[in-house]
Design a protein around this ligand. Sequence first.
Ligand code: PAF
Length: 276
Amino acid sequence: MQIIHTIAELRARLAQEPNIGFVPTMGNLHAGHIHLVNLAKQQSQCAVVSIFVNPLQFGVNEDLSTYPRTLDADCKKLEAAGADIVFAPSVAEMYPSPQTMLISPPPIADELCGEVRPSHFDGVATVVMKLFNIVRPHIAIFGKKDFQQLFIIRELLRQFNLPIKIIAGETVREEDGLAMSSRNGYLNPAQRIEAKRLHRTLQQIVQSVQKGQRDYPAIESQTTQYLTQLGWIVDYISIRSANSLQHAAPEDRELVVLGAARQGNTRLIDNIEFNF
Ligand code: PAF
């Protein structure tokens, strides 16, 4: 496995690769990321993983400075997983001058996570576009845990005619159902025990919709109230069309329930796709 830090070296190395599978990450890798790397390996001849904590997608009061940077441990995990190349650029390599041109994502980027993280998806879409231009992958793998991000990346590809196939990796969970996330490490022991409730609560919503409950706004507000009473700070609980990510209409049958809520300062997100 090669570890490359510069765009020039990466481009030279990849110039003759006929089939590149790309997994963009911000590092602090866990089994969820390794699942994505496995998919890249199965579906391509050269699995490239980027590790870059992208300042452009963090708000002023967010955790950019404390976001865990664990390059050595990450590279060991990637070597064991059989990745071919790690691309770990510095901030100066990715942004040698201020990034004054940004991708402006569609209005859905202002809802859900975008409502509490304004311009987050501008930063995500911009860095992903830059990474796509640098790596020029044939396929790219994103996790379904970041369902809204995945939706926006698909739009990026569609609207800019990028010849890349997107593969969506299933969310990998801890034994108690908590979706794996680099931010889980911020939880204290009591918060970690409570954290599993987010997924369980989304599962209960799926069950009630599948049993015939159709008053989605009522489900959303009751669930928000329930979690708030238990000490969560709820950003949103939302039942949406899995295809358009718009609020679910009664005739929609392919749905996704998404939730974002905080335990202390730690923001957790999760979602479940389902049909009825
Ligand atoms: O999902 C992430 O880790 C990041 O948003 C991504 C896609 C690597 C862009 O920085």
